[in-house]
Design a protein around this ligand. Sequence first.
Ligand code: MIC
Ligand code: SF4
Length: 641
Amino acid sequence: MGLTICYKILKDHLVEGKLEKGNPISIRIDQTLTQDATGTMAYLEFESMNIDRVRNELAVSYVDHNTVQVGFENFDDHEYLRTVAARKGVVFSRAGNGICHQVQLERFALPGKTLIGSDSHTPTQGGLGEVAIGAGGLDVALAMAGIPFSIICPRVIGIKLTGHLRCGVSAKDVILRVLERFGVKGNVNSVFEYFGSAVKDLSVPERATICNMGAECGVTFSIFPSDERTREFLRAQGREDGFVAIEADPDAEYDEIFEIDLSELEPLIALPHSPGNISRVSELEGMGVNQVLIGSCTNSSYLDLKKVARILEGKTVAPTVSLGIAPGSREVFEMISQDGSLTTFIKAGARILESACGFCIGNHQSPGTDSVSLRTNNRNFEGRSGTKSAKVYLVSPETAALSAIKGVITSPLGRVNLSDIELPERYYVNDDMLIFPPSDSSAVEIKRGPNIGEPPKSSPMEDHLEGPCTIKLGDKITTDHIMPAGARLKYRSNIPAYSSYVFEGVDPTFSKRASELRDSGKAVFIVAGSSYGQGSSREHAAICPKYLGLKAVIAKSIERIHQANLCNFGILPLLFENEDDYEKIGEGDELVIEGVISSIEKGRFVLHDKSRGEDINLILFASEEQKKMLIKGGRLNLLKD
Ligand code: MIC
Ligand code: SF4
């Protein structure tokens, strides 16, 4: 049987395990990326491994998330990242150079290679035919040390694209359609592989938009073939020598096929508060809008902004709307300034924002109370914008731009003609904001401000755990719920300070209650519904609760990256054998687990609910390697042996 693209690249990189769906495998990682919000911890962890220089082909450290710099903390973090990069052989992309995924696509991603990044949208690079996977910071640190990365060999969902996009319908609508079909849970250990006659019509930035939001479905990665369109993009970036053609064998079989006829697709919209709540833009037409924000790693390419400029040309933003535009990179910024699009934006009354994550992570541009915000990014979780009562809708740049002028949600279908806008023959390439490490870096001094802490330390797992169900949560708890970003982002390098905000928006008493339990020698337990830990890759969602005494998460299901982070930091990921047992535990119930170590070895646990006199069977969601980490109290402890 022929191979899919996914299996071809995995086969080339296989280090351990059998390439069969469902098997644990480990693969060699060629490239790594980090961003500042997860990067400080990742480099502290890397430093603790006492390795002189990174051992993978290419490691890049970006500063893009936390560039607001209120207080000294952010700048201290940037300085630490700049100097540790120079010392350890990592390329450093300075603040202002752009969003990691956009810059990586422009300057570094290569077809046929493997990449892991400490950011859940790392799969964006699948648009260039790269196997690109989001992971926790510690996994990225280990990949920089040359250690293979473990995944479950995925099932491959083939997404067949046929037909032609109509005027006003774009790549964003394709991925919103995929989200409508697959939702935001239940797609663990799968990948999306795109094929079909319409693939050749999609440029690399459009493919990247589609792969970017595969992350919202929870798939391990998404991938497109590497074809003439890929060569065209690499050539325009002056990187054609990195091109290799990769396509699936004609007789390759997919585990499932989902077909989208692009000719029938219409503009779609994700409703509050999940990227999986999909509706038609036409159904919401006429609804008043207060804010429109265009940018983020999903939709901030030069192509996207050229289309926005065409729609805004000669118009002014509606009086009731605040429009912000954030170009995805300095390259995009420079190109829109040279071709006059920037002038169009300014004339239209747009507020020009920094080339960074900014609004997408709730760093600024929080909407007003109860207001409607239309955005081109990928996540609209409740409160992520910084305003809990705001309603955030996710749309394409075309829908966003047209609605900004009209002041109400407006479908661009048939109302805009952008078909002549094409990829430039040559991008304006300027790598001056990338700092390449010196070949002899032994004398480089690493700067550490007072905000830079230490990687967390932990002791081996206890054999007897006893304590209350400290919080009981519902379904789809995101890592934004667990560890808020936005205004709290500046504490990412300071675990004790950041820990006081765990579950801040869900239950502000949690942190105090948990730390008191920890100090009195009790275990902290979290009970949750399905898809716990979806969204961001932030390992702080494991590290900070661990700091507060968390010993086990007991849930109906746990998402892939978060499960790995829990194991990496010695927290038990436990699943109900019978999902209905979720109902049997109440918040505050006294819970006991005896014989923890032998239960880890067996992979099965019995939880005794003392308050109700019930025994509940649980399954440990961990590989053999992860079981060893859990017994040792975390992966760093295991490495020290
Ligand atoms: C996000 O989009 O949620 C983030 C912020 O980029 C995160 C990373 C982080 O929390 O630092 C992600 O996607 O992994
Ligand atoms: Fe940045 Fe938003 Fe992309 Fe995350 S999703 S990397 S915060 S732009």
